[in-house]
Design a protein around this ligand. Structure first.
Ligand SMILES: Cc1cc2nc3c(=O)[nH]c(=O)nc-3n(C[C@H](O)[C@H](O)[C@H](O)COP(=O)(O)OP(=O)(O)OC[C@H]3O[C@@H](n4cnc5c(N)ncnc54)[C@H](O)[C@@H]3O)c2cc1C
Length: 428
């Protein structure tokens, strides 16, 4: 294993271990490498096989509304009782997630929602522009699209019910165009005539292959001298509060600094450093149809059924749903199939049944904190270990800014955004 520090590094150029090769780890590593640091990534899997693999791929500059909104809790009984609903809970997991749920509900208080939205705006407002240089350097422009995304309601009344969310977005600088039934049909002829009201956010973007995007970032890192090692981080070697090495399942790796970017699996690592964080997983699913009957121009979010249909290079991806069941329970593939049922309401040309060889099903672990904000900070126990995890529903979109902030923190520069809302001690 290439673990020795061959040459003494200047204070500015550090050897940095990035723990986790999802979109967050790869964006952070890319920004650190751009600053001249020596990068060593560890992940037990190939890059991009975690939550970053099967998501809807939307770079949502408009995704500034936290998941817990005032009054949203009133919808929960309806969602849970509907087998096609967007939320499912494994009841046996409820005792384990009760504390997280209590914090989640508290995060929906109006004053907190305003604060969280401002923090999300800072993270996401320039999501597409922040990612673009990394994408260009990694020669991944073929899977990077800057042509907006569409939000669909069955009626203007459906939109009115969501008004508080759009007002919050407007207060945070999101701009959109409202499309009536005719304009909607003109923009996207494959939509059902039941969809009579649309919102087009032109500043949003998407990737047509999240896995390829992460892979390109990883390959570019290697091309420029980084090492990516297939091993899991299990801890840290500290000398006082200074980091000497990370411990992995294959031995110690001497480093000057480390970034924990292991997504939903980051909790045991941060706990070793004295930070007890309420990191949970909101499991999400997708179903993909290869050679689909419809190929929308841009990602389409069904705001009532709560899923996204994204045109991917390999087919139409229907992604969404939240299942609270922890990291270890086996997938419930019915959650994927429900998405196909829902999508037929959006695109009548889709079929009821497909041969299994045209479908692929996936489940992934969103890394979620109850206030819908990630943790981006130094650890309590060591100034050399940093956190970049917990990006929930917006990890693809917030990866560029996360990388920039981490590079600033490690260089001792002041980040361009206020990072107080992302502090690890906010749950203390
Ligand atoms: C259905 C669904 C749809 C979504 N749609 C969108 C969307 O449209 N737009 C958007 O912005 N976001 C979306 N998301 C959220 C987004 O996918 C996540 O926020 C993002 O992928 C998280 O990235 P990550 O790098 O933190 O985690 P991951 O991609 O899960 O990567 C973590 C990595 O850490 C590794 N790891 C774990 N433990 C260790 C260890 N001990 N040592 C070393 N490595 C370790 C794992 O193997 C993995 O590779 C969606 C998520 C889901 C589930």
């Amino acid at each position: 294993m290439p673990v020795t520090r061959a040459n003494a590094m200047s204070k500015e150029n550090k050897k940095v271990a990035v723990i986790g090769a999802g979109i967050i780890g790869m964006a952070v590593a890319s920004c650190l490498q751009r600053d001249g640091h020596d990068i060593f990534v560890v992940d037990p899997n190939e890059p991009g096989l975690g939550a970053s693999f099967g998501n809807a791929g939307v770079f949502g500059t408009s995704s500034v509304a936290p998941m817990s909104m005032p009054g949203a809790i009133r919808q929960v009984p309806k969602w849970l009782s509907d087998p096609y609903g967007p939320l499912a809970v494994r009841w046996s997991y409820l005792p384990f997630i009760a504390g997280w749920l209590a914090r989640y509900i508290a995060a929906g208080r109006p004053d907190r929602v305003e604060r969280q939205a401002r923090a999300l705006r800072d993270m996401l407002g320039r999501a597409v522009d922040n990612l673009a240089p990394l994408v260009e350097a990694a020669e991944a422009t073929a899977v990077f699209h800057r042509n907006g995304s569409l939000f669909i309601y069955r009626s203007a009344e459906g939109f009115a019910k969501d008004r508080q969310t759009w007002d919050l977005r407007a207060r945070n600088g999101v701009q959109w165009e409202e499309l009536d039934a005719a304009a909607l049909r003109q923009f996207e002829p494959s939509l059902s005539s039941n969809c009579t009201y649309g919102i087009l956010v032109r500043t949003n973007g998407h990737t047509s292959n999240p896995h390829a995007l992460v892979t390109c970032l990883a390959q570019n890192l290697i091309k420029r001298g980084a090492t990516i090692h297939r091993t899991a981080a299990i801890g840290f070697v500290l000398d006082g509060d200074r980091l000497r090495a990370i411990r992995t399942t294959q031995g110690e790796i001497p480093v000057d600094a480390a970034v924990v970017a292991a997504g939903a699996f980051s909790r045991p690592l941060s706990r070793q450093l004295g930070d007890r964080l309420p990191l949970e997983t909101e499991r999400g699913y997708h179903i993909m149809i290869s050679d689909p009957e419809v190929r929308p121009k841009v990602p389409i979010a069904d705001q009532e059924a709560k899923f996204v249909a994204t045109p991917m290079d390999t087919g139409l991806r229907l992604a969404g749903t939240v299942e609270l069941a922890g990291l270890n329970a086996p997938p419930n593939w019915e959650r994927s199939r429900i998405l196909l049922h829902q999508a037929r309401g959006l695109f009548p040309a889709l079929r009821d049944n497909y041969p299994e060889d045209r479908l692929s099903l996936w489940m992934g672990h969103r890394p979620s904190l109850p206030d819908s904000l990630p943790v981006i900070d130094r650890s309590k126990r060591s100034p050399d270990v940093f956190y970049a995890f917990g990006h929930g529903h917006v990890g693809m979109a917030s990866s560029g800014m996360t990388g920039m902030v981490l590079a600033d923190l490690i260089a001792g520069r002041r980040p361009t955004i206020d990072i107080t809302p992302f502090r690890a001690n906010r749950f203390a």
